[in-house]
Design a protein around this ligand. Structure first.
Ligand SMILES: Cc1nn(C)c(C)c1/N=N/c1ccc(/C=C/C(=O)NO)cc1
Ligand SMILES: [Zn+2]
Length: 369
């Protein structure tokens, strides 16, 4: 198995500072300055574990290149693009659009490189240079919508890469799975009326964006039925996620028969994440990846490209991320020292409230024509 890997140190230079994000510093209100949740550390540590574990020697390094303005404009409005470029020239940078997603001077170039890094991964997979690929990029993308960035995202990296695959690479049908713990609203919106792109989001119910990602969000017009949402209850662990995979994701992909599978791969559904309350372990992520590879082998010669999204535990994201990339590469599992702790939590087996949501989404998957 040849697995492509995108990473560039400049992703660590995307500057989110201490005065933006979920809890901007406000001394008068008792809020001490603290690094933005979406900072370089977690991604750097995941990359370094990939290197130190030796897995890096099994990977085919893919060099990122900046997405062009034409590529960005397949998804975003000219006004959004021009505003990001303008604020990126300022000494203190600017914000993606929601006041919680700051970037420093030069933020535009780094965000364009993140989107271009995912395009490069997709190019490598579709050309057959690699069987599958992981793009460890930053800033993330899956919340960004056409006219603005949000939720720490500037450009919709994966949607831009999917639009490129459709417009330039001649890929006809694309299945996109978002296992980041937050709703993949941006990716969904980009293709909401498009039956050639199936989007499936597994997320914790109503964390972010607020009031987004309900099971009833199923697409519109010709795209009706080609957006599936599984808003899982808090506390969902390996059993709940694997049941969602088996009952919703795999059946949907088998029926849709995509030519390419993309993944918005966040690790904030992990058992130690500060921004959500799910309980996925590295073993859970490994099993999710293996199941996806099995259905990809059935329907699209194993073609999978993953784009890094959220995940905020500097301690646990490295082990979960390594488990995913190892599985893509068919490498021996590296020991996760925290697995005995997190797999011992009660509630990893499928719970009735989880089954109810999954069954509702499974009914939608069964209707894909
Ligand atoms: C709502 C709301 N209202 N207020 C005042 C605030 C501070 C709100 N939350 N902001 C958030 C919360 C979580 C994220 C996670 C992004 C991610 O990891 N995506 O994958 C982004 C923004
Ligand atoms: Zn997230």
């Amino acid at each position: 198995m040849t697995t492509g890997y995108v990473y560039h140190e400049v992703f660590g230079w995307h500057d989110t500072g201490t005065s933006g994000g979920v809890l901007p510093s406000d001394p008068a209100a008792g809020v001490q300055p603290f690094v933005h949740f979406e900072n370089a550390e977690t991604k750097r540590r995941m990359h370094e574990l990939i290197v130190v574990s030796g897995l890096i020697d099994r990977l085919e390094r893919i060099r990122p290149r900046p997405a062009t303005e034409e590529e960005i404009l397949r998804i975003h409005t000219p006004e959004h693009l021009e505003r990001i470029k303008a604020e990126s020239r300022l000494p203190k940078g600017g914000d993606a659009g929601d006041g919680m997603s700051p970037f420093g001077k030069g933020g535009y170039e780094i965000a364009a490189l993140a989107a271009g890094g995912v395009i490069a991964a997709v190019d490598a997979v579709v050309s057959g240079r690699v069987d599958n690929a992981y793009a460890l990029v930053r800033p993330p993308g899956h919340h960004a919508v056409a006219a603005q960035g949000m939720g720490f995202c500037i450009f919709s990296n994966l949607a831009i890469a999917a639009a490129h695959a459709r417009a330039v690479l001649g890929v006809e049908r694309i299945g996109i799975l978002d296992w980041d713990v937050h709703h993949g609203n941006g990716t969904q919106a980009a293709f909401y009326d498009d039956p050639s792109v199936l989007t499936i989001s597994l997320h914790q119910d109503n964390v972010f964006p607020p009031n987004s990602g309900a099971v009833t969000e199923t697409g519109t017009g010709a795209g009706e039925g080609y957006s599936i949402n599984v808003p899982l209850p808090p506390g969902t662990g390996d059993g709940g996620y694997l049941h969602a995979m088996d009952e919703v994701v795999v059946p949907a992909l088998r029926r849709f028969r995509p030519d390419l599978i993309l993944v918005a791969s966040g690790f904030d559904a992990g058992a130690m994440d500060p921004l959500a309350r799910q309980m996925l372990t590295s073993a859970g992520y490994r099993a999710l990846t293996q199941r996806l590879m099995d259905v990809a082998a059935e329907v699209c010669d194993g073609r999978i490209a993953m784009s890094h999204e959220g995940g905020y535990s500097p301690i646990y994201v490295p082990f979960c991320g390594l488990a995913v990339v190892e599985t893509l590469a068919g490498a021996e599992p590296f020991t996760d020292p925290l697995l005995p702790v997190v797999s011992g939590y009660a509630g990893h087996d499928l719970q009735p409230n989880q089954k109810a949501v999954i069954d509702a989404a499974a009914a939608l998957a069964a209707r894909i024509g």
